[in-house]
Design a protein around this ligand. Structure first.
Ligand code: PEP
Ligand code: MN
Length: 338
């Protein structure tokens, strides 16, 4: 249930509405838009109290959001959300934000080298996994906290914001000590305890689409985070499983305009995992920008043959540099900047 407030509602009336919601055992979720202010009172039993609010002086109307995702919907918040990830970097504003780096943090020197390179080429965020979700238990699992330290140091040295994956609720504390943005990977999209924990943590979250989830299920996962009071979510399309086997996954660029229609949350695209084949990644990165995404996540490695994970889909330095230049006219053509 959402409460649409009257224009210029008195502070006393506004506070009374919030107090009443809390008194009934709900959490008020506030959306202050340019045109209207909406207070969300979400929960199975909220509807019971409709009449209580309908008769309150500060309330214009009480209505429902039909979709299962409520706080993530455009009905709750009409204006697009801009997520501040630190260092003045905003995801969801006019500028397309490029996040780049290796799949996994391998060692300190290499990470600093990659960070400085991608920064010079125009990236704003450094990516790299310290806790790696690998299909095989025998594959490199990541450096853990040591890797997080290298990430924080490389971020500082290069002037980049850092995003890295968190795989379990009990890792949230340590990962948020070092990272600016917490990444939830495709395999954990429906790990509800993890979603709730990052929701309580309040650092911005990069929420990757599950490889087998619909857009609606993906938005329901965002709803878990929002319901805990963390509104700083960046969605990331990273490819889904289909019958097609010439690429690693099928990058679902349809999801970009669809998500933009359903939700106010920013959406970025990860062509590296979505395609999985180095030579086609620049093409799909440009297509993603043309489709209206707010940013890109790109894996970069100077020596992919030796990479400890995802070498075949990592762009070489020169390829990344070239891509960054090619993205400019595409961004401009759709009214964006890079
Ligand atoms: C990654 O970003 O390296 C990663 C493991 O991503 P995904 O969860 O999309 O597979
Ligand atoms: Mn990877």
């Amino acid at each position: 249930m959402i409460l649409i407030l009257k224009k210029g509602v008195a502070e006393k009336e506004y506070n009374h509405i919030l107090d009443k919601i809390k008194e009934l055992g709900f959490t008020p979720h506030i959306s202050k838009g340019v045109k209207k202010t909406i207070v969300g009172m979400i929960g199975e039993l909220a509807e019971r109290y409709r009449e209580v609010f309908e008769s309150m002086p500060g309330i214009e109307s009480v209505t429902d959001i039909e979709k299962p995702f409520k706080l993530a919907s455009r009905e709750f918040k009409e204006e697009s959300t801009v997520v501040n990830v630190g260092n003045g970097v905003q995801v969801g504003a006019k500028e397309i934000v490029v996040m780049a780096g290796p799949c996994a943090v391998e060692n300190r020197e290499l990470l600093i080298k990659i960070a400085k390179f991608v920064k010079r080429a125009g990236a704003k965020v450094l990516r790299g996994g310290a806790f790696k979700p690998r299909t095989s238990p025998y594959s490199f699992q990541g450096l853990g906290e040591e890797g997080l330290k290298y990430l924080a140091e490389s971020g500082k040295e290069s002037g980049l914001v850092v995003v890295t994956e968190v795989m379990a609720p009990d890792q949230v504390e340590v990962v948020s000590k070092y990272a600016d943005v917490l990444q939830i990977g495709t395999r954990n999209i429906q790990n509800y305890d993890l979603l709730k924990e990052v929701g309580r943590n309040k650092k911005p979250v990069l929420l990757k689409r599950g490889m087998a989830t619909t857009v609606k299920e993906w938005l329901m996962s965002a709803e878990y985070i929002l319901s805990q009071g963390n509104y700083d979510i960046i969605l990331c399309e990273r490819g889904i499983r289909t019958f097609e086997d010439s690429t690693r996954y099928t990058l679902d660029l349809n999801a970009v305009p669809i998500v933009k229609k359903y939700s106010h949350l920013p959406v970025i695209v990860d062509p590296s995992h979505g395609v999985g084949v180095r030579e086609h990644i620049p093409t799909m990165a440009k297509a993603a920008v043309a489709a209206g995404c707010d940013g890109l996540l790109i894996e970069v490695h100077p020596n992919p043959e030796e990479a400890l994970s995802d070498g075949p889909q990592s762009l070489l330095f020169e390829q990344f540099e070239k891509l960054m230049l090619e993205l400019k006219p595409v961004a401009e053509a759709v009214g964006r900047r890079i």
